[in-house]
Design a protein around this ligand. Structure first.
Ligand SMILES: *Cc1c(COP(=O)(O)O)cnc(C)c1O
Length: 369
């Protein structure tokens, strides 16, 4: 176990750094419901991410479900099958039907050229995902949304701090959802957020994460409990101080991988898109047909060598039992998603990953390539 390198590993500062936060919580005797740590983290995150309003959640899933509730989304929601299963589950649990759209070969995000043909009179929203933090074609999505009067909710679980042309990617669409799960670039153990553009929307989101309660005597909406507690918020305040440094560590690891893997036959490495400031949350590669081994072969070989890479996002959501019989799940309609799900492999990347391990991984790959 201890010698295995996983695809990710959370960054943890020395335990003593966390104790002053806990002492403050004990003094405050305020554990949840928009406590002082919570208020501080919302303010600091909005400033750090350069977005107007942040609403914190106990996890990203609750944030996704609340964003659908906030915008009263009904009917069909166009999304991608090449994502973590939470995206489609949030749509389904909200009582809507996910409609899967194929992905493009450059970013592995929703293919904006194939969205319009999926729109029906039941379509009310698009839920694209910035997979691996690669920005979607937000301008094209905006154009389609305007033309057909659809709402856009971004699953931005991977896109913490990602910028395009100096502007936060989280400002796109009607709402963006973030995940602060332990495996993500910025973590509050479990956690998440919704980014909104105006105070009215933030206020609505904040009510909908607290049972729909407006005030002591009025509950105008049905909603669940998505509140973040003070210990989570304190952990986030501690992590936020160090997140730039952690992203920089990730960057040097990504650069080392890219430098060493650029010449390997049949292995496609993703490069930074023009004008994009990345967070280096993942290091995906595509094992193409002219590589000397299949993706599964490479995955197994790395595993024998105690390197636990992950096949994110294989299998496609559209192949899981609750979704596989939907009309949009048919393999013929999702050729690129099916192709890349067979080729994708995410290599380990996290702030404390030693460059010697990166070199070991590259050696294993190069001996084959
Ligand atoms: C992590 C993740 C989620 C869910 O977030 P949680 O905080 O784990 O609930 C949703 N969508 C995507 C794409 C994710 O990677």
């Amino acid at each position: 176990m201890s010698n295995t390198t996983f695809v990710t590993q959370p960054y943890l500062p020395p335990l003593k750094d966390f104790l002053p936060y806990l002492e403050e919580i004990w003094e405050n005797k305020w554990l949840t419901n928009n406590g002082p740590m919570h208020q501080k983290l919302e303010g600091e995150l909005a400033q750090y991410l350069k977005v107007p309003y942040v609403s914190l959640f106990c996890n990203g899933m609750a944030a996704l479900q609340t964003s659908l509730n906030c915008l009263c989304i009904k009917g069909e929601v166009i999304t991608t099958p090449f994502t973590f299963v939470a995206t489609a589950h949030a749509i389904s649990l909200h009582g809507c039907t996910p409609v899967f759209c194929d992905i493009d070969s450059k970013t592995l995000n929703i293919d904006v050229g194939k969205i319009e043909e999926l729109i029906t009179d039941k379509t009310t929203a698009i839920m694209p995902v910035h997979v691996y933090g690669h920005p979607c074609d937000t301008e094209a999505i905006e154009r389609i949304a305007k033309k057909y009067k659809l709402r856009v909710i971004y699953d931005a679980a991977h896109a913490f701090a990602v910028k395009k042309d100096g502007k936060s990617i989280l400002l796109e669409g009607d709402l963006s959802m973030l995940s602060f799960h332990a495996t993500k670039v910025f973590s509050t153990l479990e956690g998440g957020a919704i980014v909104s553009h105006d105070l009215e929307t933030k206020t609505r989101v904040d009510q909908l994460k607290n049972f729909g309660i407006q005030n002591e005597e009025s509950t105008p909406n049905i909603a669940g409990n998505g509140k973040m507690n003070e210990v989570q918020a304190a952990f986030g305040l501690m992590q936020l101080e160090k997140v730039d440094k952690q992203i920089n560590h990730r960057k040097s690891i990504a650069e080392r991988y890219r430098g060493l893997l650029s010449q390997v036959n049949g292995l496609r490495v993703f490069t930074e898109m023009e004008g994009v400031e990345s967070n280096y949350g993942y290091f995906p590669v595509l094992v193409e047909h002219d590589f000397s081994m299949t993706r599964d072969g490479l995955y197994d070989l790395l595993k024998v060598n105690q390197i636990h890479a992950r096949k994110y996002f294989y299998p496609l959501i559209s192949s899981f039992p609750p979704y596989k019989n939907l009309p949009s799940s048919h393999k013929d309609l999702l050729p690129m998603a099916n192709k890349y799900a067979q080729q994708i492999l995410c290599l380990p990347i996290f702030p404390d990953l030693e460059l010697a391990i990166v070199e070991k991984i590259v050696d294993i790959i190069k001996r084959l390539g």
